[in-house]
Structures are given as C-alpha cells and as structure tokens.
Design a binder for this molecule. Sequence first.
Ligand code: ADP
Length: 477
Amino acid sequence: MRIGIRTKLLTTYILASVIPVVVTLALLSAASAYFNSKQGVDDPQLSEYGAINLAVNLIYDNYEAIGNYDKFYEKTMTGLKGENNRIIIVDRDNRVLFDSEDREASISHRTYEPGNIRHYDVEFSMQNKNMIRFVMPLIVDDEFLGKMELTLNKFQFSMDIVKDLLRVVIGILVIGIILLIFLIVLFTSLVSKGVIQPLRQLSEAAESIAEGNLNAEIKYKNNDELGRFCRVFDTMRVKLKESLEKQADYENARKELVASISHDLRTPITSIKGYVEAIQDGVVNDKGKHEKYLQIIKDKTDKLDRLIDDLFQFSQLELGKLKMDLKKVNSRDLMENILEGYFFEFENLNISFSVEEPIPSVTIGADEHFVSRVFDNILQNSKRYIDTGGSVNIKSMVQNGYFLVAISDNGRGIKSEDLPNIFNRFYRGEKSRSRLYGGAGLGLAICKQIIEDHGGKIWVESIYGKGSTFYFSIPVA
Ligand code: ADP
C-alpha cells in the first residue's frame, strides 16, 4: 500500500490533536464523576438531606456550647458551606437559644415561633430554588428540648472544593497541553525522519556520483513520494553507470581496433612488399613462380581492399550517411538474383550449397545492393568457418508478416560466450583464429545495421562444433 507524505502528515496532525483532546475530556469527566460522588450535587434528594444531615450533626455535636453564642456560631455556621444558611434554635417555650442571624435575640432569648412546618417536611423556598427550610424537634438524651429551624443552601459547596476542582481542571488542561506538545514533537520527529533520511541518502549518493563513484546504491525503499524519487534517482545512477561502462568498453574496443587494424593492414602490406621486392630484384625468374607471386599479391590486396571497404561501409552506416533506397521488390526475384553466383563459388571450394524451394514470392521493401551485402557477409563467414566437405543451406519463409531467411552451415559453430557479442562492431570470436580467417569483426555489425534499417531483425543460433544458423527478417510490404 502506498502511504504518501501528505497522508502521513494528515494522520499525525489528526492524532496529535485528537489524542490530547480525548485524554483531557476523559480526565475531566473522571474528575467530574469524582467530585459528584463527593458532593452528590447531581441528586437533589441526596444533597438536600446531605445539607440537613450536616447541619443537624453540627448542632448536636456542639450542643453543650449553645450557651456561648460566638463559640456555638463558630462551630456550627463555619462548618456549613454555601450561602444564606440560617439556624434558629428555640426552647420548649419558643425562646430563642440561637439565631445565626440575630445575636441579640439569641442572647436576650426573644420569643420566636418557628415556621408552621410539619416535622421532617422540607420546604423549598419559592424565591430561591437552592434554599430549603426545615423544622425539627431538638431532642437531647431522649428529652424534647425545643425545635430547630434550619434554612439551608442545598449546595453545601465549600470554596475549597471549588478551588480543588479548579486546580484539578487546570492540572488536566496542563496535562493536555503537555501531551499535545509532546505528541507534536514526537510526530514531527517521526515524519521528518522519513523525509530527512532519504534526503540525506540522496545527497550522499549525489556527492559520490560527483566524485565519480557510481556504486552508491540508495537504500531507502519506502513507497512514498520520496521513495519513488529515490528509485528514479537510483535508476538514473544505474543507467549512468551502464552508459559509462559502455563508453569504456567502446573506448577499449576502439583502441583494440586501432591496434588490430594496424596489424591487419601491416601484415599483408609487409608480405606484398616482400613479394614485390623479390620480383623487382629479379629473384623470380621462372614464369610459374612469377605468376604465383602475383596471385599472392592480388589475394593480399583483395583482403586489404575488403578490410578497408568494411571499415568505410560500417562507419558510413553508423554515421547514418548511407541511406537505404528501399524499393518494392519480389522476394523470390531478389533471392535468385543475389544467390546466383554463389553456386559456382562454393562448388569450387568443394562445399555443398543449396537453396530450398519454394522461395516465397512476396513484395518486400528492400535495397538490393545492401541485402546482397548481408548475404555476402554471412556466406563469406560460412566459407571461412567451414572445412571442405561441409555444407551451406538457405531456407526462406514468410512468418508473421516478415520474409524470413535462414542460412545454415555445418562449420565449427560459435562458442556460447561469443554468441551475444558477434553482432557487435569489432567483435571477433576466438580472436587468434578469426584473425587467421576473418576480418576486422565488422561483417555481422554491418549486416545488423542494414537489416535494422530495413525494419527487420537479425539473430543467430549456433552449437559449437556443429554449426550455425543465421536468421534475418524483412517486413512484407
Ligand atoms: P569477422 O570479420 O571477424 O568474421 P564478423 O562480424 O563477420 O567478423 O563475425 C564475428 C565473429 O563471429 C567472427 O569472428 C566469428 O568468430 C564468428 N562467426 C561469424 N560467422 C560464423 C560462422 N558461420 N561460424 C562460426 N563462427 C562465426
């Protein structure tokens, strides 16, 4: 699966923002549940009775101090939380023992009739929904001592708790922010690693290429934009390496060629010179010997001629200076015209030469001069690499829209390591041997160039020691 940098960035940004928000919300709701359970503010029953319980407990716990207004006030009222709480306690004769809002009345025991509320009934104040009023008997040691009227705030919050709550909320928000920063730093470093690492590899590779080292492979293989860029860059490096190697090979081949051409030119020239000098010096006085020497000189000159011709043709073809003049010709006529002379030539060499019938009759676009050059180069090779008594056979057919020619010989064949190279310019298989027999290694390269210029293909099948078959095809017009 391909995960692009954009997707990665998007995912990390979403995660970096969602995770802290979720964690903060979870912590907040946990804190709120905790404070709820502590206060019971969610349940009015609980909180009402909670408030009453608190007040009644405070009163009973500190009842012995009721004679001391300030002490009793402090013990009870400061124990209550929330606003507008009021406690009034009267004795059996409705004389005020304690009124949290009226110190005077408490001390002078003014009479006060607590509200006409049935015991244990809770009255909700109309004005303030948060306030409850409640009257209950004051019973100490099973003795009815009076009544107490409690006006209490339902929400017995202490500011401490609010402060606690605030502190917790701020704490949670700080945790959320720290988490946010941490995740941003973490994800940024993760994503930037994914960007910086390949960039570093790319720049290192570029540097080593600049220094001429083309072997530094880029190892980053991720399937994102940078991964693809790295792959393209690496392909470029490999191509560059191949082309430099090719260039080096070509350079070597050229140097070798210059060396071998000078050798190939010098050898016949030296011997021609020797024979000519012998004739000039009058050493050759018998007529037969004279004729023989002249024949040798002619053969050597032919060889030189052919070599120079090959070189010239190939360089012209390679430079694109020789253009094929493709004319519509009949394949059978073409073959017959070209091959006519070879029967005699091979017969003289005691090599059997056969052309299989029927030759297909189709129209092909061909330059007869160059096609005959192809036949000639291949057949000259057959002649060279066949022993006397061998045979050359030519077959032709139409296949997949191509006129196909197969030229087989039962000569010495081509070694498998030479097979891929024999169509390369200046390539000579089994070097010393082909120098003895062959030319500059240009014959087949010329054939390849000509056939490709005709829009066809040329290839070879060969078994070393058994023989070779050269195939070439020309498209049917
Ligand atoms: P050359 O001019 O040296 O013959 P070519 O390009 O014609 O060069 O051939 C290249 C090489 O292919 C030869 O050196 C030879 O080793 C091999 N070769 C070509 N034709 C044949 C063949 N019919 N039988 C065996 N080897 C061949």
